[in-house]
Design a protein around this ligand. Structure first.
Ligand SMILES: [Zn+2]
Ligand SMILES: [Zn+2]
Length: 418
């Protein structure tokens, strides 16, 4: 018989005695055990005093830990695992002709980037430090936007897979623009409506399609659409009708869309959004299902809500077919703890988690790179071990074709080349 009073298989976590005494769902805290991100469970008073923990059966552990709304957060510190090894590659500093507001890799072309100047986009070759071609554009308006003190409205540049099109959107703002760089013509004006646009990055992503390049963009706080990059034509038209006797339309979605990340194979879209009041709810859905069902992003069967937690606007990146989401913790852990959780997009199951990574995340050379404030850190995402770091180098972008990591510092580009 186990200390919880049951003759059963021992559960994966230990618990304090007070949690074994109640059959009801009760408040509890998660106590890091010191082994990776493993944790035990105890009542909140025991969480303050170093409790005596006992083995409990699988059923008892599941009963306590299954209701995340009762969880009052983590206590203690997780273990950050280390396995130091040399980080291949070198840093190179390059003087640019101006101080870019942002930079975006052209995904299909090694060493080719777009740089954003005030009112213009410039093509740039990082291997030859050559700025070739300057296309003027009208910057989207961003007066009075932004919501969080530390997240002001700011322009962000996106490049289409071929580099023919670019978008300048306002993160933590409402508007954006899409431009054909071969002609300088604006093909679309983006507007995601005025309902709290300052709470998230502008939901935007270019995608490849056999019929041509397309882009996903928010057209409302709770609505995403796909449009043709060449013409701006809307491809996901759909009606939201209010049934008689109802206040809300069919397919109504209570979800603020956030930063989007499309998987490298183009199948999955991850969405770092939130729901009132507020609960962060990173999600993923199947882009190919959207072509069949125009309501896929509202209530389609492929949607997986991956977690409920305190903060959004954390970084996400795709890593060998899985989604890495930055930040550890639940509804009461604010801010979230440095770390990464790795999810399977099809099942939504969490497959791995480890402590340590913070800042923007990149999949680079088979490793996970985190742009921590003190410098880039390289991780083995399989074992969760930190392999090494490059002090004072804080990249903002990764080039998927040439593997460069890029930091902008005034009119200087700092490149890490593998
Ligand atoms: Zn207790
Ligand atoms: Zn039990």
């Amino acid at each position: 018989m186990l200390p919880c009073g049951h003759i059963a298989v021992a559960g994966p976590r230990r618990v304090c005695r007070h949690l074994t005494e109640s059959e009801a769902e009760v408040p509890y805290v998660r106590l890091f055990s010191g082994r990776g991100v493993e944790y035990d469970l105890c009542c909140p008073p025991c969480g303050e005093s170093g409790p005596e923990l006992v083995v409990a059966c699988e059923g008892c552990v599941a009963r306590v830990d299954e209701d995340e709304w009762e969880c009052e957060g983590f206590r203690g510190k997780p273990e950050v695992k280390e396995r130091p090894e040399p980080i291949p590659g070198a840093l190179r500093r390059v003087r640019l002709p101006f101080a870019p507001l942002d930079a975006a890799p052209i995904p299909s072309l090694p060493h080719r980037w777009l740089l954003l100047d005030k009112g213009a986009v410039v093509r740039w070759r990082s291997d030859q430090n050559e700025a070739v071609g300057r296309v003027r554009l009208k910057m989207p308006a961003r007066a009075g936007e932004g919501y969080f003190k530390d997240q002001p409205a700011r322009p962000r540049l996106h490049a289409s897979p071929s580099g023919r099109y670019c978008a300048v959107v306002t993160d933590f703002g409402r508007y954006g623009t899409v431009v054909d760089l071969t002609s300088g013509r604006r093909t679309a004006t983006l507007d995601r409506d005025g309902h709290y646009p300052g709470t998230t990055y502008f939901p935007f992503a270019f995608v490849s399609h056999v019929a041509g390049e397309r882009f996903i963009h928010a057209t409302g706080w709770n609505r995403l659409d796909v449009s043709d990059a060449a013409t701006g034509r809307l491809l996901t038209d759909r009606a939201f009708l209010v049934p008689e006797g109802s206040r809300l339309p069919d397919h109504h979605l209570e979800y603020f869309h956030g930063a989007l990340a499309v998987s490298p194979d183009g199948r999955w879209v991850a969405d770092d959004g939130w729901v009132w009041h507020p609960v962060a709810m990173p999600s993923v859905w199947d882009l190919s299902a959207w072509w069949q069902n125009p309501y896929e992003t509202e209530d389609g069967p492929s949607i997986r809500r991956l977690a409920h937690r305190s903060d959004w606007n954390m970084s996400m990146c795709w890593l060998g077919g899985k989604l890495a989401v930055g930040g550890l913790g639940g509804l009461e852990d604010s801010p979230l703890l440095p770390g990464v959780r790795i999810f399977h997009p099809e099942t939504g199951a969490e497959e791995n988690a480890f402590a340590g990574p913070e800042g923007a995340l990149f999949a680079a050379g088979g490793k996970l790179v985190s742009a921590a404030p003190g410098g880039a850190e390289f991780w083995d995402a399989g074992t969760g071990e930190r392999l090494g770091r490059i002090p004072a180098f804080v990249p903002i972008r990764h080039h998927p074709a040439s593997g460069e990591l890029l930091q902008l510092a005034g009119d200087t580009a700092i490149l890490h080349e593998p």
